[in-house]
Design a binder for this molecule. Sequence first.
Ligand SMILES: Cc1ncc(COP(=O)(O)O)c(C=O)c1O
Length: 416
Amino acid sequence: MYSGHNHPGIPMKYKFSEMLGYMKPSEIRELLKYASMPDFISFGGGMPNPLTFPMQDLKEIVDDVLDVSGKYALQYGNTGGLPELRTEISKMVMKTEGIKSEENEIIVTSGSQQGLYELGKIFLNRSDGVIVESPTYVGAISAFNANAGKMIPVEMDSEGIISDKVEEKLKSLTGRPEFPRFIYVIPNYQNPTGHTLNLDRRKHLLELSEKYQVPIVEDNPYGELRYSGKKLPSIKSLDKTGENVIYLGTFSKVMCPGLRIGYTVAPEAVISKLNLLKQALDLSSSTFSQYVAAEYLKRGVIYRQVPKTVELYSKKRNVMLNALEEHFPKDSTWSKPDGGMFIWATLDKKINTNQMLKTSIENGVGYVSGLAFSPDGSHTSSMRLNFTFSEEEEIVRGIKKLSNTIKNVATGITAT
Ligand SMILES: Cc1ncc(COP(=O)(O)O)c(C=O)c1O
């Protein structure tokens, strides 16, 4: 039972809801506090590099939006999203992911984070199960916890979630109260591991979705950030029924996160429920941001911007991979992502990355420990390293420092 209202310093009159008992503060947010220390190198945040923000184009777009549509752009908007933005999103997901959609199968959300929260809210009763990759996106854990979902972690390897293990879970949970309401996956350059789900497993998940009547939630914020490897079809585009997949996208990594525009593509039956809920959440996502995003797509700026982002990030990825090769302890392993923003490193199992974090921060380097992404308290010797934010020189210096911290901590453990 949650006893938040008995927390020291909180007056008894504030009786917080039980739901808060399921939530924990984000380690990443805590870390951001240190990001401004001089000389601090942060591999912690998941922030896009501001160099990729299309500043000049956005300036022109903002001016034009205010000149041409100001009185609408600054007004309340349609809950489901600006119709012209939905039209543009529909064209974009067809072009980039081969996803067919009508306007009434799309809802614009305040970031895809809001989409995740909403999905938790419309599908989950207390203790309903959700199959998640282990490890998975920390924001999804928060969103599902906030709706009292029960995480059902499934192991991953370098080819993504192991679909045979998903099948085992579905089989064993059939008829049980915690049978999953959906399967949540990040198939491309996953956060936090950087792994990509292979094609056979994408198809297998779809078969399982159909056989066990469990929808798949496909979260794809990083799909466009591909530096190597072949582009794989989205699970949604492989779904012939049009019913098995709920697809989440965002402008955060292909434009900028500050405008907070994400979207969900799903059968109308789902979208109408999301709409109903959104009326209670925020009435609509920012109308102004939606006008800007619509122009960003209409003018094709996105298709000029993304290649520049890819070029910048792929160099940084290579720099970090090389630095890891050169400096990291030989008993550690790390992912070699084909895209996205993160490398997942796993150290000798005697090292607890959560406990090591304070020392590492004191030595001037931040990361996020594996535990933050763990649905079940596992991954205690792993860490997520962001390679998109720091300068190349900082990446090398930071990995060197981090390697020294790890070696010192390991020696300390061995000595005691
Ligand atoms: C896997 C994943 N899903 C969703 C989000 C949320 O993104 P946003 O709310 O900015 O669209 C993120 C952000 O980092 C993410 O990594």
